[in-house]
Every structure is written in structure tokens, then in C-alpha cells.
Write a new protein. Sequence first.
Length: 278
Amino acid sequence: MSKHESHSGGEGLEEMPYLQRIPRSTPWPLVTAFGVTFIFAGIVTNPAVSAVGAIAGLVGLVGWFREVFPEEVTEAIPLEKAAEPLPAPELGPPPEKPLRRVVPEEIHPYRSGLFGGLAGGVAMAVVAVGWGLTTGQGFWLPINLLAGILVPSVGDADAAALGAFHASWFIAAICLHIALSVLVGTIFVVALPMMPRRPLLAGGIIAPIIWTGVAWASLRVVDPTLEQYISWPWFLGSQLAFGLVCAAVISRFNLVRLQVGRSLEDRLELEQGPGGKS
């Protein structure tokens, strides 16, 4: 059945396409879910698993979107008897819907999350490297332990190798650290305005304590080597440093109003003239 044939029907049914036809079933969402599952499974097993998942997810997305765009593929509803097409209902103009309430109504600009995340990442790195130097385990130990989340070979390294410089491990740790810092900084942009009374307390202290507990419970699965060498008081200190610095930087930016539900004219601040034109 071609996409053109799948959309053929009575002229009175153009605005109600599901009176005689329904969307055709498709396996592509399952293929996409399979790929996404393998992407995350590869983080704790082998990068090849993530590669297979990425390919399956990409194929599933392409197939899924081809079922919907540019025209939705449908199939006829099986009927025991040939039914006359129902007349198109006469509907009046839809009522004006009030703007949906969005909370928070104002957030800090998204670029503040970039600056706050990078500043917090620097503060976290300083504390982590300080732990390696003060305990005598070396400057490169915390960096190599972080790289173990992406590089499985770190788990087989001994103490001497973990305390030495490795270019590939260093690049993996830097990329992961920057990505996670910017991601958490972006989350802070939306989360901090929800706690207007004491954003530094909630974002800089309470949140790091919560995700430190989550890391403590899951680290032995994600990165067993890091869990073996880690000092949890220093780990908590690095998270607090990130949270306080990130929240402080973001809080210095003025709040901007969200544009959800507003028309394009309102967003561009265009004024309507007497004739209804800008």
C-alpha cells in the first residue's frame, strides 16, 4: 500500500482521518527502544554493545519517522459490512484556551547553565586533584579513575598505572567531565528558580548530597575501580564545590520569562496596528 493510497478517502473525511482508517502498526519503536537499551548497557559492559545499540537505534528512528513523515501511513479498519461514510460533523469555532500555567514562570538564561557548569567543573576538579596530592596517590589518579567510566581497560590497571599519565584516558576524562558539568549546569538553570528562598542551599548543598548517595549505591556497577579507590568524604567535598560554585554563577544572571504558549508575534514583541498588521 503506497502512502498516497493510504490517505485516500471521502472529501468529507479530510478533517477526521480516523473514521475509516487507523495508523498502521509498526515495529520501529521496539527497534529504537532496543537500541537505546543497548547503548546504556554498553557503558557497563563493552563499547561494542553501545555501538550495536547506536546502529539499531538509528535504524529504528529512521524507519519510525518514515512511517509518520511526510504523510502518516494508515490502513483501513476492517468492517463486516460496507458502511456508508459518516457525514462530517459541523463544528463551531474552538473556544479560546487560556495559556497553560508553566512552573517556574521565569528561569535563568540557558547560557548561564553553560558558564555555571564549567565553573563548577573546575571547582570539582581542583578538589579531586587536591585529594590525589594530599593523600600521596598522585595527580593523575582521580583523572584516570574518572576515565574508567568510559574506558574499560582502566579497571584492569594496577596502582602504578593509575597514578601515571595516559593520553587516551586523559582525553576521555576531560570530555566526560565537561559533558556532565554542562548537563548538570543546564538542569540547575530550571531547578534553581523552583527554590527561590535559598537556591544556594538547595542547589549547592542538598542536591550534591542526594546525588552522592546515588553514586555510592551505583558506582560499584558503573565503575568498580573508582569505587575501590574513592574516598567518599573527598568525593562529597568535590560535589559540594561543584554545586556551590555552579549555583552561585547561575544566580548572578537575571531571570527571563518562559515563552511557552505565547504566539510568535508576542515572542518577537511585534505590535499590532489598527488593521491587524504589524
